[in-house]
Design a protein around this ligand. Structure first.
Ligand SMILES: [Zn+2]
Length: 457
């Protein structure tokens, strides 16, 4: 019995070299691939492994080390990555999926096809998973989430959903996303809504605490405490859109788990509260504020933008900036400076920071996938090191979303990684120099995806 098993395994290993490519395509028999020679950034903040080697067996990393020192099964296919840099696939912990479609944004675009298109866009940009933050509705998001997690669409990123967010309706902006919300008016109602989300296996509940500059009545502490309490009873976590300093403090005291956006201002008391709540994380979401004062990738459009976004959509965004008055620009600059100082201060204090882009929101101008790369640049501009930013976008974001098998290049983790043509530790914009993207051990077909968007082979 043992002997025949041994013979079988040996035969398998001998044939693996020839069958790897087929096995990968068909996802049938065992695939063993050795990637060697790359500078490897594993995602935990350690310095890179130069001249690395790592082994991928089927959809998992099995061994990680240096070239020549790694034990390699006979028959493994070799891929030479000399001169390249490898990072774990990125994770976007805050997006709005399904609404944006070329020049329009709204629930009319919220179809299976469009949701999948967005998840293909993420994958194209080296993003392995994204968390939609409270603007999904119906049963479709749960179906697609489960299909993607099961690997039904191997070229697409995983889709996580907070389902319907909880809010007094006026707080949600833009208004075309309001229809998705559970309208919260009583504690009992809030708890019942959280229970419905738990039944759909939602892991993160989204809520809003923002008076939008005094224009609307924001969610009251009694109600958000009920949401947090009920979510925790179901082992769910709560992500809040709350950018005001005083609200952020009260939410920390109430046991909030995740700030979905960077808080607009940071003082010592806030830092002290974070230290008392070490499991509370902050997502960056710096793109909206910074784009108003810095978007060199738009004129001329970066090649990654040009090959994924329609010319008319790019043109519309280009047209939006020159209309700003000097006063508006000054306000935008001040807001950015405050945000940048704040996130640098939280980072220095050891607060867990993940990366969220808010991609797909804001009437279609937050380009899905691309915003991930501008977000990383924004974080470096705020004073966080490239190495720390990569940890935020990989390991930290995976931990925040509860994605145990993503975020690092380590034995046992899902083999999701990006092969870059240049080193992002030298210049964070090198994350845009994508050579290849692998999801679940399989190289995705970026050329085919690109052809689908540009209409050119
Ligand atoms: Zn958002």
């Amino acid at each position: 019995m043992h002997r025949s098993a041994f013979v079988l395994v040996t035969c398998l290993l001998l044939t693996i070299g020839r069958t790897n490519a087929t096995a990968q395509r068909q996802g049938t028999s065992k695939s063993v691939i050795l990637f060697e020679g790359a500078r490897l950034i594993v995602g935990d903040g350690r310095g890179p492994i130069e001249n690395s080697a790592f082994l991928v067996e089927n959809d998992r990393f099995s061994r990680v080390g240096t070239k020549g020192a790694l034990q390699i099964p006979e028959g493994a296919t070799r891929v030479d990555l000399t001169g390249k840099t490898v990072i774990p696939a990125l994770i976007d912990a805050h997006s709005h999926i399904g609404y944006m479609k070329n020049l329009t944004s709204g629930s009319q675009n919220y179809t299976r096809e469009n949701i999948l298109d967005h998840m293909y866009r993420f994958a194209y940009f080296g993003v392995a998973a994204s968390q939609a933050m409270g603007t999904d509705f119906g049963v479709l998001p749960y179906q697609i989430r489960d299909e993607l997690l099961a690997g039904k669409y191997p070229d697409a990123a995983r889709f996580l959903t907070a389902g319907r967010g909880l809010s007094p309706i006026d707080e949600i902006s833009p208004t075309n996303m309001r229809h998705a919300a559970y309208v919260v008016t009583t504690e009992e109602g809030a708890r019942a809504s959280v229970g419905e989300l738990a039944a759909q296996k939602v892991k993160i509940v989204k809520t809003w605490v923002d008076d939008r500059g005094g224009s609307v009545k924001k969610l009251t502490p009694d109600l958000y405490r009920a949401i947090i309490d009920e979510a925790h009873k179901h082992n769910m976590r709560v992500a809040v859109h709350a950018t005001g300093l005083a609200d952020a403090k009260e939410l920390l005291r109430a046991g909030i788990d995740i700030f979905a956006h960077m808080i607009s201002d940071v003082d010592d008391e806030l830092v002290a509260l974070f230290k008392q709540h070490p499991n509370t994380a902050v997502l960056s979401a710096l793109g909206g504020p910074r784009r108003a004062i810095y978007a060199p990738w738009l004129n001329p459009p970066h090649s990654l933008v040009a090959e994924t976004v329609s010319a008319e959509q790019i043109k519309r965004l280009q047209g939006r900036f020159p209309e700003r008055s000097p006063d508006a620009l000054k306000r935008a600059q001040d807001a950015w400076d405050r945000l940048a100082r704040g996130i640098a201060k939280l980072n220095a204090a050891g607060v867990k920071i993940g990366v969220g882009t808010d991609g797909g929101g804001q009437q279609g101008d937050q380009f899905i996938g691309w915003t991930m790369h501008t977000e990383l640049e924004n974080m470096v501009a705020a004073g966080i090191t490239p190495a720390q930013v990569i940890v935020a976008a990989t390991r930290n974001s995976a931990e925040i979303l509860g994605l145990d098998d993503l975020g690092m290049i380590a034995p046992g983790k899902s083999a999701d990684f990006v092969v870059l043509d240049a080193n992002p530790l030298d210049d964070i914009t090198n994350t845009r120099r994508i050579g290849n993207v692998y999801l679940r051990g399989r190289q995705i077909d970026r050329a085919k995806l690109r052809a689908g968007w540009t209409g050119r082979p």
